[in-house]
Design a protein around this ligand. Structure first.
Ligand SMILES: N[C@H](CCC[C@H](N)C(=O)O)C(=O)O
Length: 291
């Protein structure tokens, strides 16, 4: 099947965007993996599908697949690219839309400066809703919130990490590091992603607090590996930092792919994420019939 796609990126987190507003393409996991493949396909961290509104009060449906072909609940950098895509492709005259995702409705808005701000909804802290299995674990209390000890790896080179666990619709485990450049992302990322206490796996964040309104962040993403930026990861890291008393309510997040700005006014409030959304190129590709 020959399909049209748009390659986009938000702070270096890159996407293949598919317009399915005139009908579904009917792709399966192996075909999403093919599109994401950086040698045999287009290459992307995630595949984003733009679909018609599923009902009252929302403008579009937004479907997200990781590079490993699995469908996931949310993608923040993708949400900004989604807004730019529907605007640039004449799918809406609006500069803000309401978008249905697996984890609820989000509202991206085009900014005058070309950046996009997304209301990502409120963070979720109950472990069972992340989901995170806390059976037998005693949380470490720190400034009114808590972190959890995770044992990683086998006895030979085991490590204990202390993570804040929360959901932005998708699961995140955030740890504090002294320097993101030397953080053990490649070693610990996969061990945290596949840790048995996360039945749906998890995105692993490594946050360096520079000052109360500036952090540096690397994220080993579930289903994609380390990306140059992770929007929901930036939201989760800043919320964790605020709850641990380390950060103000508006924080610049420096990622390897660019700058995101995250704002959160505290419990019950939505998380607002602002950052770039760039169209890189358009193309056509022959997608093989794969099982
Ligand atoms: N890997 C994530 C989905 C993409 C999130 C990220 N690209 C973002 O910008 O939020 C997960 O499995 O939950």
């Amino acid at each position: 099947m020959r399909i049209r796609f748009t390659k986009m990126q938000g702070a270096g987190n890159d996407f293949v965007v598919l317009d399915e507003t005139r009908g579904p393409l009917g792709l399966g996991p192996a075909q999403y993996r093919f599109l994401a493949d950086r040698h045999f396909g287009v290459g992307a961290d995630q595949i984003l599908s733009v679909r018609p509104s599923p009902g009252e009060g929302v403008d579009f449906q937004y479907v997200i697949h990781n590079a490993d072909g699995g469908e996931v609940e949310q993608c923040g950098n993708g949400a900004r690219c989604f807004m730019r895509f529907v605007h640039e492709h004449g799918l809406t005259p609006k500069r803000t839309v309401r978008v249905q995702t697996l984890s609820g409705v989000i509202e991206p808005r085009m900014g005058a400066d070309g950046r996009v701000t997304v209301d990502m909804g409120a963070p979720i802290f109950e472990p069972a809703r992340v989901p995170f299995d806390t059976a037998g674990l005693t949380p470490l209390h720190e400034n009114g919130w808590h972190k959890w000890h995770l044992a990683l790896g086998t006895h030979a080179d085991s490590a204990i990490v202390s993570v804040a666990v929360l959901s932005m619709g998708n699961p995140h485990a955030v740890q504090l590091v002294d320097d993101v450049d030397t953080a053990p992302v490649a070693k610990q990322g996969p061990l945290i992603e596949h840790h048995p206490r996360f039945p749906q796996r998890v995105n692993a964040g490594f946050m360096q607090v520079v000052d109360r309104s500036h952090v540096r962040l690397r994220v080993f993403e579930r289903g994609a590996g380390e990306t140059l930026a992770c929007g929901t990861g930036a939201c989760a890291a800043v919320v964790a930092g605020i709850r641990l008393g380390l950060l103000e309510s508006r924080v610049d997040v420096e990622t390897r792919g660019g700058l995101l700005t995250i704002e959160w006014a505290g419990d019950g409030a939505p998380v607002l994420m602002t950052g770039p959304a760039v169209t890189v190129f358009e193309g056509d590709i022959e997608v093989p019939d794969l099982p």
